[in-house]
Design a protein around this ligand. Structure first.
Ligand code: COA
Ligand code: AMP
Length: 629
């Protein structure tokens, strides 16, 4: 462990030297003379005098270096039956021309552009076109409902929205345009224009005066070029909204120079990928994993990224990922444990893998939720490569804890994503702020400053940033994860300490769902908990108390509540079960005992809380669950 330990210690002891050295992987317009300025921002800012451009680093610099013919992006879409690949030069030209289109709409440095698009190359072109101009993109995941999109439009206040007419799910086509129209109708901020990509699978009607046809604009811009705008390293590259503890999402701000530095470092040191190799990150561009390791990091180092529009199973079968690996000589696959569980459920013996040549694969990385040891062991046996857990958050942008195989492959301890990455001074603190000993459970925190790449603040919400992350333990960033560190410094993430749950690798707020359910006219109060689910990790379940005097059949109301969550938050919430109870178990001070409800729902052993107001309420929860099993 010496190489890792030395490196980690160096990153904390001499952060200037460590990160200025790492920053040499980035092509700066003006190289930074200092790594960190502790006086700026909430906890300091990285590369305060560096000037840079993300698109230049991902595309133009490689073309200028004579690598224009190398494959940058492979689009593979089993749901539409299409495949397409772009060389670095071709992608640069696409982005450069589309940036000219954006310029025609007045998009300039600092303007926001919301992107509501599925996993198609045009979405990546849109993101890079923004980066090229110094505009700030904000991608919204397609599985969210209009109401969630509206919240993001109101917060980001985009000049332009880029959208596609539809997404394609295995079971249905998702018409994006009606959702977008509904969102813009209900938002107070109105974007000046929508640039709409008509997909052949489901075209949409254009709204005259507001909507513009992507293909026509792009065709008219053929041959036009734009320059990469120099931006300050501290300027935002994007805003990515993530679940907070209320229905109002948090706009995580990502700066430019620190992010590029951290991504370039991690691509080789953590993921062990070299220029020219193919990297397959099976996430979605609507999530942070997709931003970092589908869109930006592979291209920063001159590797090839695979943009896969499909699922791990059912498109068409459980061999889909193995087919992609074989077709493109993928060296590293990065996915969520839930995807492995889905594959294993369909193909427990792993027979599909035998149909493909997987000899190119060197490692499988897992993130997004706790990697369950049975899935790790199953995949390691099947694929014969190291299966490596890594843990991070939308807020951090790259792994907090990982196994840096590009530096030194450390022994795996099942249940732990291994050790803190450079710049992350991870500690475990008791609720009172005392440092926990090895093996002692506590709050996982990061001693400030956070390393480059992590959020400097929340969009237009500096105070919320301080309150949410910095105020709980002064001098530390609070991850809101509970866990422990062992005597070798391995970190174990056990559970969230807030109301966030993880459903199929998707981060959701139970508080947000409760807000929606409470808006149903028949509901007096409710509690949503994440119940253990074999496939998705957790699955949200709502317990509902109806207003007195409501006489309608409870089954009907429960169906309406399920539909309400789907309509207001989106299908991605996967909220399928609402159960009516007479009362919710509470403490004498009125706090709903969500932790105990969850234990009962999970069938775990639980003890009667000493402060409970009415013990019979807990029996009722058990009965409601038993009645549905
Ligand atoms: N646009 C529109 N709808 C979407 C969507 C998108 N981009 N993604 C998911 N949905 C819908 C699904 O169609 C489904 O709708 P339904 O209720 O009508 O069936 C619903 O949202 C729930 O989707 P999901 O939770 O993904 O469940 P699933 O049963 O469709 O698939 C898995 C299960 C495990 C195969 C899938 O969740 C998966 O691949 N997960 C990996 C997630 C991941 O990579 N996360 C990133 C972290 S690294
Ligand atoms: P997100 O912001 O969607 O990436 O979700 C971040 C949260 O997901 C973390 O705070 C953890 O609770 C959880 N998480 C992500 N990766 C892991 C992992 N490898 N092990 C355990 N929990 C994880």
């Amino acid at each position: 462990m010496t190489r890792y330990r030395d490196l980690h210690a160096a990153s904390l002891e001499d952060r200037e030297a460590f990160w200025l050295d790492a920053a040499r992987a980035v092509d700066w317009f003006e190289p930074p003379t200092r790594a960190f300025d502790p006086e700026q921002g909430a906890y300091g800012r990285w590369f305060p005098d560096g000037v840079v451009n993300a698109c230049h680093n991902a595309l133009d610099r490689h073309v200028a270096a004579g690598l224009g013919d190398r494959t940058a992006l492979i689009y593979d879409s089993p749901v539409t039956g299409s495949k397409r690949s772009y060389s670095y030069a071709a992608l640069r030209d696409e982005v450069s021309a589309f940036a000219a289109v954006l310029q025609d709409f007045g998009v300039a440095k600092g303007d926001r552009v919301v992107i509501y698009m599925p996993m198609i190359p045009e979405a990546v072109v849109g993101m890079y076109a923004c980066a090229r101009l110094g505009a700030i993109h904000s991608v919204v995941f397609g599985g969210f409902a209009a109401n969630e999109l509206a919240k993001r439009i109101d917060d980001a206040r985009p000049k332009v929205v880029l959208a596609a007419s539809c997404g394609v799910e295995p079971s249905r086509k998702v018409a994006y345009k009606p959702l977008l129209d509904q969102a813009i109708d209900s938002s107070s901020h109105k974007p000046e224009a929508v640039i709409l990509l008509q997909r052949p699978e489901l075209a949409a009607e254009m709204t005259p005066g507001r909507d513009h046809d992507w293909a026509a604009l792009r065709a008219a811009a053929d041959g036009r070029t734009t320059d990469c705008a120099p931006v300050a390293a501290t300027d935002p590259l994007y805003i990515l909204y993530t679940s907070g503890t209320t229905g109002t999402p948090k706009g995580v701000v990502r700066d430019t120079g620190g992010y590029l530095t951290a991504l370039a470092w991690s691509m080789t040191a953590v993921y062990g990928v070299k220029p020219g190799e193919a990297f397959f990150c099976a996430s979605d561009i609507g999530w942070v994993v997709g931003h970092s390791y589908i869109v930006y990091a592979p291209l920063l180092i001159g590797a090839t990224t695979v943009l896969y529009e499909g699922k791990p199973v059912g498109t068409p079968d459980a061999g889909a990922f193995w087919r992609v690996i074989a077709d493109y000589g993928v060296v590293t696959l990065f996915t969520a444990p839930t995807a492995l569980r889905a594959i294993r459920k369909e193909d427990p013996e792993g027979r599909e893998a035998a149909n493909y040549d997987l000899s190119s694969l060197r490692a499988l990385f897992l993130a997004g939720e706790r990697a369950d040891p049975p899935s790790i062991e199953w995949a390691a046996k099947l694929l014969g490569v190291p299966v490596i857990d890594n843990c991070w958050q939308t807020e951090t942008g790259w792994p907090i804890v990982a196994n840096p195989i590009g530096i030194e492959r450390l022994p795996v301890k099942l249940g732990s994503p291994t050790v803190p990455m450079p710049g992350y001074d991870v500690r475990v603190l008791s609720d009172e702020g005392h440092e926990a000993g090895p093996g002692e459970l506590g709050n996982i925190v990061i001693r400030l400053p956070l390393p480059p790449g992590c959020l400097p603040t929340l969009w237009n919400a500096d105070e919320r940033f301080r309150e949410s992350y910095l105020s709980g333990f002064p001098g530390y960033y609070q991850t809101s994860d509970a866990g422990y560190m062992d005597e070798d410094g391995y970190v174990f993430f056990m559970a969230r300490t807030d109301d966030i749950i993880n459903v199929a690798g998707h981060r959701l707020s139970t508080g947000g769902m409760e807000e929606v359910i409470a808006s149903h006219p028949d509901v007096a109060e409710c509690a949503v908990v994440g119940v253990a689910d074999k496939l998705k990790g957790q699955s949200p379940t709502g317990f509902v108390v109806l207003k007195s005097g409501v006489e309608r059949p409870t089954a009907e109301i429960e169906r309406e509540i399920v539909q309400l969550v789907r309509d207001r938050i989106g299908p991605v919430a996967a909220f399928k079960l609402a159960l009516t109870v007479k009362r919710l178990p509470k403490t004498r001070s009125g706090k709903i005992l969500r932790g105990t409800i969850q234990k009962i729902a999970d069938g775990e052993s639980w003890t009667m809380p000493a402060t409970i107001e009415d013990p019979a309420a807990l029996d009722e929860i058990g009965e409601a669950i038993a009645a549905r099993r």
